[in-house]
Design a protein around this ligand. Sequence first.
Ligand SMILES: NC(=O)c1ccc[n+]([C@@H]2O[C@H](COP(=O)([O-])OP(=O)(O)OC[C@H]3O[C@@H](n4cnc5c(N)ncnc54)[C@H](OP(=O)(O)O)[C@@H]3O)[C@@H](O)[C@H]2O)c1
Length: 252
Amino acid sequence: MDFKNKNVLITGASRGIGKATAMAFAAKGASVGINYRSNTEEAQNTLDSLAGDGHQLFQKDIGQKKAAKELIQEFISEFGSLDVLVNNAGISIFHDLEEVDFDTWAHAWENTFKTNLFAVANLCYWAAKAMIPHGGGRIINVSSRGAFRGEPTKPAYGASKAALNSMSQSLAKKLAPHKIYVGVVAPGFTETEMAAVTLTPAERDNLLRESPFKRMAQPKEVAHAILFLASEGAEYSSGTIIDVNGASYLRS
Ligand SMILES: NC(=O)c1ccc[n+]([C@@H]2O[C@H](COP(=O)([O-])OP(=O)(O)OC[C@H]3O[C@@H](n4cnc5c(N)ncnc54)[C@H](OP(=O)(O)O)[C@@H]3O)[C@@H](O)[C@H]2O)c1
């Protein structure tokens, strides 16, 4: 896979899966824009760890409605064009129906959908508007195994990722005539801060028992699938959802 002369924007790339994806694209020659929300020190460390040069940071809270247009415009004014957008940023909020009050429940649904779905929809809109006059591009959205198997203590998270899958497939159909290819990667538990924060030790033991690999995914294994969908030759895989869950949940 070769991404020389390709300009790649990755949301939520200061750490975790986004960071591993930024490192993988940079190692293959891409110029990478690292979006993050708040942790500039961490984002700067990620920037410093990338191979090659010309990479840049873009601080923006994508949960804000105006952020999508600003982020795409700022990226294009720095890089000249956008070849690949990876919508990776996501949040996961615990809101067990048996344990939370209504305000907490409603707040979790609003915030989760704002970041995991509405922000991605808005970014897809502005990215497509920028890619169409340039002859096309690629959009890769990071979903989750939770979209398929249910998330009993974080139902908004599962629902947001299921909606993300559906939206991605609708856009794959809509944008194919413009040579914009849309793919989805759906990881299972992956060794990042998100997994560390959301899993209790008992849940962690349980999930390792569920996994025939007896381990979580490494961020670079998720990045590998993202790069595949963004690569030359993967065009006809548009609309695909690639599971990266170590055969822990097999859907038909
Ligand atoms: N880890 C897993 O087990 C797992 C499993 C399935 C799917 N996923 C999905 O994979 C993606 C990445 O997860 P991860 O585990 O790597 O997450 P993570 O370690 O929690 O990192 C999240 C990244 O997203 C950024 N971010 C969060 N909200 C943002 C916002 N509103 N605007 C801009 N950036 C924002 C964070 O930046 P700041 O630090 O600056 O806030 C950080 O760079 C998510 O979509 C997640 O749902 C993860």
